[in-house]
Design a protein around this ligand. Structure first.
Ligand SMILES: Cc1cc2nc3c(=O)[nH]c(=O)nc-3n(C[C@H](O)[C@H](O)[C@H](O)COP(=O)(O)OP(=O)(O)OC[C@H]3O[C@@H](n4cnc5c(N)ncnc54)[C@H](O)[C@@H]3O)c2cc1C
Length: 351
């Protein structure tokens, strides 16, 4: 029997969840396909942080993103009766006087004053290497993304809105008035496939690079760290003396498989950040959907307005996904132009 929905969504990571939430808000009907082929959202550290801590520059559109993202996650907490937002300070430790000076200079800039605390702080943990103290970033924290994705999948499954299988692009039929896919009809399909975009014949020429990242979870009972440390790696408290440590950046390998090299790199760097003993309890990997120009890939296919792309969330999906879902919805349903820097039409020849 044929069923009809307004939208088919392909992929239920952070992009898919943000899109579905927007559709629900707008009282649209939908069904989601998810095949567990990508792991980026599942393994993500989940940090939100408005400052790029390598260069001490603001994240693109940080305020607009945070203004939408935090209420978004709080409303999901209510909806799913679970806790996802873990507000935590981030301490950027300094290894030299020069780094300290750079922090002072940056924290004085109007775009950063709101986020970078101007005074130096001592890290309140015994085993953290911070010879020149640390700078504290405000409006930061962590979303428990794995828990969120799992709870959201469960919730959609209970409502009969999740189909756990691979979406087959070659099975799409386009008619004047709708799309047909297997036993369903839909007004539109939104592809939220992360690095799975490579298998999507409609959009695969777009420049999604994909950057693999690996993370460790360690058990370190002596560390007693209550906030996030950012140094050669970040160390992120999960509770019960567990910490996530990450992440690597690898542009060559596009698999979700953890490697010995990744583990060694993280352990070598971790040695320069903490001095206490620890045990590795988990080692994970995923491919971030990164783009060359570090901007999302949103928009409608140039030859078929029923096919829509929501991708390119890069290294900061937590902050950026909720705002992008709103912009994409307004573009599709109300013809509001996307900003050029996020619209796939900036790569005219490629889709
Ligand atoms: C190691 C690491 C650490 C990170 N840390 C952070 C962090 O601290 N903060 C932050 O904001 N971001 C972080 N990120 C980035 C963040 O994970 C991404 O920006 C975000 O998860 C991307 O979400 P997405 O939904 O676009 O893609 P994905 O999470 O990859 O979701 C795509 C989904 O589509 C599904 N899919 C694909 N093709 C098909 C198909 N044909 N049929 C059915 N289903 C399909 C996949 O199974 C997958 O579930 C990190 C990433 C990594 C790898």
């Amino acid at each position: 029997m044929e069923t009809s929905v307004d939208y088919i969504i392909v992929g239920l990571g952070l992009a898919g969840i943000a899109m579905v939430e927007e559709l629900k808000r707008q009282e649209k009907t939908f069904v989601v396909y998810e095949d567990s082929s990508q792991t980026s959202s599942l393994v993500a550290g989940g940090m939100y942080n408005p400052v790029i801590l390598k260069r001490f520059t603001p994240v693109w559109n940080a305020k607009e993103q945070l203004d939408v993202a935090i209420p978004f996650y709080l409303s999901l907490e209510k909806e799913l009766s679970a806790s996802f937002d873990q507000p935590l300070d981030i301490y950027r430790t300094f290894k030299t006087i020069e780094e300290q000076n750079n922090w002072f200079i940056a924290s004085d800039k109007p775009a950063l004053q709101e986020y970078m605390h101007p005074e130096l702080v001592k890290v309140e943990a015994n085993h953290v290497v911070a010879p020149y103290q640390a700078g504290r970033v405000r409006h930061t924290g962590r979303i428990r993304v794995r828990e969120l994705v799992s709870a959201y999948r469960e919730y959609l499954k209970e409502n009969g809105q999740l189909i756990e299988e691979t979406f087959r692009h070659d099975r799409i039929l386009t008619w004047d008035t709708h799309i047909e896919y297997k036993n369903r009809t839909a007004g539109r399909i939104v592809f939220c496939e992360g690095n799975g975009l490579k298998n999507n014949p409609f959009f695969k020429k777009l420049p999604l690079n994909g950057t693999k990242g690996e993370l460790l979870t360690i058990h370190a009972p002596d560390l007693k760290l209550h906030d996030i440390i950012k140094s050669a790696v970040f160390v992120l408290p999960l509770g019960n003396d567990l910490y996530k440590v990450g992440a690597t950046f690898n542009w060559a390998d596009k698999t979700n498989v953890p490697t010995q090299e990744g583990r060694k790199e993280l352990e070598d760097k971790l040695k320069t950040v903490i001095t206490c003993d620890y045990k590795i309890v988990e080692h994970e990997a995923g491919v971030r959907p990164t783009t060359g120009d570090r901007r999302p890939l949103l928009g409608v296919h140039k030859d078929n307005h029923r096919l829509v792309l929501f991708n390119g969330l890069g290294t900061r999906g937590v902050m950026i996904a909720p705002l992008m879902a709103k912009k994409l919805y307004q573009c599709i349903e109300n013809n509001q132009a996307l900003d050029r820097e996020i619209d796939i039409s900036r790569f005219k020849q490629k889709n």
